[in-house]
Design a protein around this ligand. Structure first.
Ligand code: UD1
Length: 431
């Protein structure tokens, strides 16, 4: 097994309380006191960790940084299949700088460089954080898991569906099974607006209750209760189906065992990067998402951007998406973790949209990048991409109300930060 790389392991940890310390009012018992004494002597709140799979990827790295800023100790598992080793150093550097400026001590950051499906390596890791209370279920110093590690290229998933089902779905089943054995039952899952499928196009506001996994009673805008049945509509590709299946599996798990607390976060279109320009979207392989392709054009690696679909029923004919700054998105995970660990979720399985609630067209995005960078971005009209929808914008009210989370950054902020990333990484001078 890889030995973890310790980040400032020697530095004292700042007191913090990611988990609620509230205990139910119970009559003390000998057994209870015995167990409590054990936990008090072997476990302090400073000694809590969040496990982040895929923590060096685009969203994972930004979330790891925000966790460290929020005083969580972080353990990253990443196999570098779509990330780079030096991202770890950059997260370290930014977290150090942040805490230095605040005069606070830096939580620990560790890296385990393996596939999250490597059960032997996972078990060895979890063993190090195991707490052994004298009675009851197993306990761990790992207070929660944020699971990003997954394949995510839509087109590849159509060509190689089994690769997607094996990693995203089978991998998840084994992973949560192992976590459960170690008593780690707070789980934040990285899902996608893709689960709404063609519902996005139907003109109805994209609320979480449009895609549920157990029958739910919903109060309509007219104040009348109605039952929503589980299911999904028009998911167009295997990648999207893996996200829906994983959600369904996790809903069943939470229903079967109330000790689990599972939060599913449905991301809309994450863009931008940390304002430092040290972290960014840097996928291996051929990019397919809009902003990475725009960046390739800006850096001269592609001649032009093909705008897929200029005949959508929108003001300028190009598709509309809910582009969310990745730092806002990362902070959504911190909000979800807090709500989960403080017992503030309505149910032990809950889905949330993470989006701004505001749409921008593909053309608007390209023009914004052009304005911010002062560089022309060649573009050409192309036919619609198979499986695309014309409109996909979140209703983020549930996240506002229950997670107390809202986006703060704009499309312009994201464009400025991307240009900064290109400058810092020296990519902008390649043109
Ligand atoms: C895509 C995935 C979605 C996934 C998300 C992750 C599809 C159908 N959906 O969403 O499942 O969760 O990425 O980030 O692929 N565009 C161009 N030219 C390009 C690239 C994109 O015009 O070179 C357009 C697309 O046609 C689309 C918009 O930009 O209208 C956004 O595309 P993209 O960034 O790929 O995101 P989604 O398609 O919304």
């Amino acid at each position: 097994m890889d030995s973890p790389e310790q980040f400032d392991d020697s530095s004292p940890l700042e007191p913090h309380s990611p988990i609620s310390t509230d205990t139910p009012a119970t009559q003390p018992s000998v057994l209870f006191d015995d167990n409590l004494n054990y936990l008090l002597h072997n476990f302090s709140l400073d000694d809590q960790y969040i496990l982040v799979t895929g923590g060096l990827g685009f969203i994972g790295s930004h979330t790891a940084l925000e966790l460290l800023k929020a005083n969580y100790n972080v353990i990253v598992i990443d196999d570098f299949s779509n990330s780079y080793r030096d991202v770890f150093d950059r997260i370290q550097l930014l977290a150090s700088k942040y805490h230095e400026e605040k005069g606070t001590s830096v939580p620990s950051l560790q890296l385990h460089g393996h596939d999250y499906r490597d059960t032997n390596a996972l078990r060895a890791l979890l063993e190090q954080y195991r707490l052994a209370p004298r009675w009851g279920s197993p306990k761990s110093k790992i207070a929660g898991v944020i699971h990003f590690a997954a394949h995510k290229a839509v087109e590849e998933s159509i060509r190689e569906p089994l690769k997607y089902y094996a990693n995203n779905v089978s991998g998840l089943v084994n992973f949560v099974g192992t976590l459960g054995e170690f008593g780690i039952k707070t789980f934040i899952f990285s899902s996608s607006a893709t689960v709404y499928g063609t519902l996005a196009n139907s003109g109805v506001p994209l609320k979480e209750e449009l895609c549920v996994h157990r029958p739910e009673v919903i109060k309509g805008d007219d104040g009348i209760d109605r039952i929503v049945q589980p299911g999904c509509t028009g998911i167009t590709n295997p990648y999207g189906r893996t996200k829906w299946m994983c959600e369904a599996i996790l809903a069943d798990l939470a229903f079967s065992d109330p000790e689990w607390t599972i939060v599913v976060l449905r991301y809309f279109n994450p863009i931008g990067c940390d304002p430092s320009g040290l972290l960014g979207e840097d996928p291996r392989g051929i990019p397919t998402n809009l902003l990475p392709v725009v960046v390739k054009v800006m850096t001269g690696q592609y001649d032009e951007l093909k705008m897929f679909g200029t005949d959508w029923d929108t003001e300028d004919g190009t598709a509309i998406r809910d582009f969310i700054h990745v730092t806002d998105l990362a902070r959504g995970h911190i909000a979800a973790l807090s709500a989960a660990n403080e017992g503030k979720l309505r149910e032990n399985f809950r889905t949330f949209n993470l989006g701004t609630g505001q749409g921008h067209s593909v053309l608007e995005v390209v023009n914004s990048m052009e304005a911010v960078s002062s560089k022309p971005i060649a573009r050409t009209a192309a036919g619609r991409r198979p499986g695309d929808v014309g409109y996909c914008v979140a209703v983020p009210l549930r996240s506002h109300e229950e997670l107390k989370w809202k986006t703060e950054k704009t499309l312009m902020d994201a464009c400025v930060d991307i240009c900064n990333f290109l400058d810092v990484s020296g990519l902008s001078s390649q043109q």
